[in-house]
Design a protein. Structure first.
Length: 268
């Protein structure tokens, strides 16, 4: 997986050195990359043809869900533990007790699925409306709406890249209609890493598939990057055009593309 990640990063970086008409981080796939400057209030990069298309939020939804959980008191803080029910799930790291920090770190699906019913339908809908979050539609299930694959006939809780930027802007500028504490804890637990040049990256991946064989991938990466006076929101989504063989899910692939584009912009 690490070798694949390095090769993908090198390929994207190579694309970034080509002439403007050739430049694309989405060779062989389709996608979107948005870079928004929080200081100037302007987009500095808008690349790709899917930036206005709504897709299922996937695990990128854990960011607004964390805000909801901390604001409502469903989670007291990031240290509160929810007990694993003993059911073996897809990833080994999911099969144990988790708290708010490890929920986000390990992207634990069952943890999210315990939070939404505790919020209840009325409060859940109220938060989606207040956040103006995508299509604000969880009619396909209070524990599954954001997890449904693209194009699912049941529908999904969907959001576009531009709408992801709008949500992240409000989160990082303390402008969501919730407690400041809820936003502060959420920002804290979404921290990922600091680059050798001192850029701090916070964010969340999200992955899904277009096919039952899980060979045609979809991925999100929503992020905040800062260093001194510099502060940006970067959002990427990707969609495969054909089946691929890789051990890396769509979300981590979108993250690799994001870091390559940040590097090109001198922000990594």
């Amino acid at each position: 997986m690490k070798i694949f990640s390095l090769m993908l990063l090198m390929t994207i970086a190579s694309c970034a050195t080509k002439t403007p008409e050739q430049k694309t981080p989405f060779a062989g796939i389709k996608g979107c990359f948005l870079l928004y400057n929080l200081k100037t209030g302007a987009y500095e990069k808008e690349v790709g043809d899917t930036c206005k298309v709504r897709y299922p939020a996937c695990s990128s939804f854990k960011v607004p869900l964390a805000v909801m959980a901390f604001d409502s008191g469903v989670l007291r803080d990031e240290k509160q533990i929810l007990k694993w029910d003993g059911e073996k799930r897809m990833l080994p790291q999911w099969n144990k007790d988790h708290n708010g920090e490890t929920w986000i770190r390990d992207s634990v699906v069952w943890f999210s699925q315990k939070i939404t019913p505790r919020l209840g339908k009325k409060k859940f809908q109220a938060y989606l409306d207040k956040f103006d979050y995508g299509n604000k539609d969880f009619s396909s299930g209070i524990t599954a709406a954001w997890l449904n694959p693209p194009g699912d006939p049941r529908g999904a809780l969907e959001i576009s890249a531009y709408e992801q930027v709008e949500f992240m802007k409000k989160l990082w500028k303390n402008e969501l209609p919730v407690s400041t504490r809820a936003m502060e804890i959420t920002r804290k637990i979404t921290y990922l890493e600091t680059s050798p040049n001192g850029f701090k990256l916070s964010g969340k991946t999200g992955s899904n598939f277009y096919d039952k064989e899980r060979k045609i991938q979809f991925g999100w990466f929503i992020s905040h990057v800062t260093n001194g006076e510099k502060a940006y929101i970067a959002v990427t989504n990707i969609s495969d055009l054909k089946p691929i063989e890789t051990e890396m899910y769509g979300g981590p692939r979108a993250k690799v593309i994001t870091k390559a584009m940040l590097t090109e912009a001198g922000l990594w």
